[in-house]
Design a protein around this ligand. Structure first.
Ligand SMILES: [Ca+2]
Ligand SMILES: [Ca+2]
Ligand SMILES: [Ca+2]
Ligand SMILES: [Ca+2]
Length: 225
């Protein structure tokens, strides 16, 4: 009898333990999902320093020359270590892109005191005035083919399928924009690049007045192909 009571107590203990352990414990809960979209960025061209910081007022200074009774040439460089052309294609132009340079206007000229000179007149090899509306002499030549194209900060992009433009001279109404780079469709959809060393030259007409303030505003632009 004592033994049976002992067994009964064990069964009672197990039963109570089962009830206690078997009671479902309910937590309040809600399921959620985090989502993220990464949109393509904007195709862009800029001028940055060696640390990729935007240069506030980029400029090119052509070599100074002495006054001359003869027509002469001065040279400059677009894209230097401190003012690099910086191209970014953040999946914005899968079919490639084109970078070109032009003056603000086809009627622009090297303005200065007391008189300016032309940038897009091929007459007399850039030393005479032709039939354009102005009466100024002078012509600018751009040679991107001698430039250096390199990968920027991207880890996997290459310079493959990006072509350097050919040497060309501005000719008012005929060649108002000169191609610097052309990226074919096979170029990387995602990448950034640095372009330096574009050779510039400008004829300066004979007897062009002594002055230190000659300037011409230029525009470098990029468009998706
Ligand atoms: Ca592409
Ligand atoms: Ca002109
Ligand atoms: Ca003219
Ligand atoms: Ca002219």
């Amino acid at each position: 009898m004592k033994y049976s009571k002992y067994i009964l107590n064990i069964r009672l203990f197990v039963f109570i333990a089962f009830i206690v352990m078997g009671v479902p414990v309910t937590f309040a809960q809600i399921n959620t999902q985090f989502n993220q979209t990464i949109n393509p960025g904007v195709l862009s061209i800029g001028i940055v320093d060696s640390l990729y910081a935007t240069v506030a007022s980029p400029s090119v200074t052509f070599g100074a020359v002495n006054f001359s009774v003869a027509c002469q040439t001065t040279n400059g460089t677009l894209g230097t270590s401190s003012q690099q052309l910086y191209i970014q294609n953040p999946d914005a132009a899968d079919n490639g892109w084109t970078i070109s340079i032009a003056a603000n206007s086809v009627t622009s000229f090297w303005d200065g005191t007391p008189a300016g000179y032309d940038f897009n007149d091929p007459s007399g090899s850039g030393c005479a005035d032709g039939d354009d509306a102005d009466s100024l002499k002078g012509q600018m030549t751009v040679n991107p083919s001698v430039g250096t194209l390199a990968v920027g900060r991207c880890l996997s992009c290459t310079v493959s399928n990006i072509s350097l433009g050919s040497q060309a001279s501005f000719n008012e109404g005929t060649l108002d924009s000169i191609t610097l780079l052309n990226a074919a469709a096979a170029s990387n959809d995602v990448g950034d690049w640095i372009f330096r060393g574009i050779a510039l030259s400008q004829t300066i007409p004979s007897e062009q007045a002594v002055a230190s303030d000659y300037y011409i505003p230029m525009v470098v632009s990029i468009v998706a192909n």
